[in-house]
Write a protein that binds this ligand. Structure first.
Ligand code: MN
Length: 343
C-alpha cells in the first residue's frame, strides 16, 4: 500500500516580511492541493499529516474551506495530528471536512486500512502515562503519527524506545522543517519537512514522503512552487554602480525569475558601491530579490588626495584604527561626507 506523509504546511501563516505575502499564502493552499493530486495519481490510500497543517491563528474561513474541498475531492483517507499549533481552527476545519478525514486527539487511536495500522495522538504535558498504552497491531505494517522533536521534549515526549520495542515500522513526524530520516532498530523515524518553503529563510528542499508499505521503501518526493536560488557575484575590480549592475544582471541571466533570488556580492571593489541602488534598479523583475553586500573596498589613497576632507579622513582612520573596524568606519564616514543615506 502507498501512503503519503507530510507536515508543517502552515496554512494561514501571515508570512510577515515575506515578499508577495498574499500571493504566497494562497500558494501554500496550492501546494497542498498539488500534493493531494499526487497522492491520488500515485494510488496512495492515505495521507498522514503530522502536525502544523494550520498556522497558529488567523486562518481564514476560505482557507479552511479550501482545505476541506481539496481533501474531499478523491477517495483518499487523511489522518491529521494538529501539533503544537493546535487550537480552535482545527475545530472549525473538522466541521467542514468529509468523513475520509480523521483527526487524532489526546489518547492513542488506531485505524486499520488493509494490512496497515495507522496510530497517533496529540502530545501534551501528560505524555509519560500515555506511552504506557501505545496502540499498535503487530500483525500489520504500523505507522505512528506524532508532532514532536526527536531530540527534546519541548513539544511533547517522543519515546523512541517504546516505538522501537513495539516494532513500529514508520514514525511519521512533524515539527522539523527539513526532511530527515533516522533508523533506530527496525523503525524508521522520518520528518517530511515543509510542503512549501515560506520565504528566504527556508532554503531546504520542500516536499513530502511516499511510503510503500509492501517493499518498505521510503522516498522523499520534491515538490516546490518556488524555491530559493543562491547567486554569488564576484565583484573584484568593480569601480562603479553601473559596472556592478551589469555584473549582477549577467549573473542573474539564467535564474528562474519566479523563485526567491538571494544574491551575495563578494570580492574587493575599487570604489565604494551601492547595493541598495542595484536593488532599486532591479525592482519588479523577480518574484523576490534579496541582495547582500559582502564586498570590501580596496582603498586607493592615490584617488583620495590629502587636500580633500575624504582623503584626510581615510588617512586618519588607517593610522588610528585597527584593521577589523577600519572598513566599516570608512564606509560610513565616506557616506556621511558625501551626504548619502547610510546603509
Ligand atoms: Mn511547523
Amino acid at each position: 500500500m502507498k501512503i503519503i506523509h507530510c507536515a508543517d504546511i502552515h496554512i494561514g501563516s501571515p508570512l510577515t516580511g515575506v515578499a508577495n505575502s498574499a500571493a504566497r499564502r494562497h500558494e501554500l493552499l496550492k501546494a497542498f492541493e498539488q500534493m493531494t493530486n499526487y497522492a491520488y495519481n500515485v494510488g496512495a490510500e492515505a495521507v498522514v499529516i503530522a502536525g502544523d497543517l494550520l498556522d497558529k491563528e488567523g486562518v481564514t474561513s476560505n482557507e479552511l474551506s479550501s482545505l476541506a474541498t481539496a481533501m474531499a475531492r478523491y477517495p483518499v483517507n487523511y489522518f491529521v495530528v494538529a501539533g503544537n499549533h493546535g487550537g480552535g481552527d482545527y475545530g472549525r476545519l473538522r466541521s467542514l471536512t468529509t468523513p475520509n478525514v480523521r483527526y487524532f486527539d489526546g489518547r492513542w487511536r488506531s485505524y486499520t486500512l488493509g494490512n496497515v495500522c495507522i496510530s497517533g495522538m496529540e502530545l501534551d504535558g501528560n505524555d509519560a502515562e500515555k506511552w504506557k498504552e501505545v496502540a499498535t497491531d503487530k500483525s500489520k505494517y504500523n505507522i505512528v503519527v506524532l508532532h514532536a522533536d526527536i531530540d527534546s521534549d519541548d513539544y511533547g515526549e517522543l519515546n523512541t524506545d517504546v516505538l522501537v520495542s513495539q516494532q513500529v515500522n514508520y514514525v511519521a513526524l512533524g515539527h522539523r522543517h527539513t526532511f530527515m530520516h533516522k533508523r533506530i532498530g527496525k523503525t524508521d523515524f522520518v520528518y517530511s519537512g515543509v510542503l512549501e518553503i515560506r520565504g528566504f529563510d527556508e532554503r531546504q528542499d520542500s516536499g513530502f514522503v511516499l511510503i510503500d508499505t509492501d517493499s518498505g521503501k521510503i522516498q522523499f518526493v520534491k515538490q516546490a512552487l518556488r524555491s530559493v536560488s543562491d547567486v554569488t557575484v564576484d565583484c573584484n575590480g568593480v569601480s562603479d554602480d553601473l559596472q556592478l549592475r551589469r555584473k549582477v544582471e549577467n549573473a542573474l541571466k539564467d535564474v528562474d525569475k519566479e523563485n526567491y533570488i538571494n544574491v551575495t556580492l563578494t570580492g574587493y571593489t575599487e570604489e565604494r558601491v551601492h547595493a541598495n541602488r542595484i536593488r532599486q534598479d532591479l525592482k519588479g523583475r523577480f518574484f523576490a530579490l534579496r541582495i547582500k553586500d559582502e564586498t570590501h573596498i580596496r582603498l586607493d589613497m592615490s584617488k583620495l588626495p590629502e587636500s580633500t576632507l575624504a582623503g584626510r579622513f581615510c588617512r586618519l582612520v588607517m593610522q588610528e584604527l585597527s584593521p577589523e573596524v577600519r572598513e566599516d568606519v570608512v564606509r560610513m564616514g565616506l557616506s556621511a561626507l558625501y551626504g548619502e543615506e547610510l546603509q
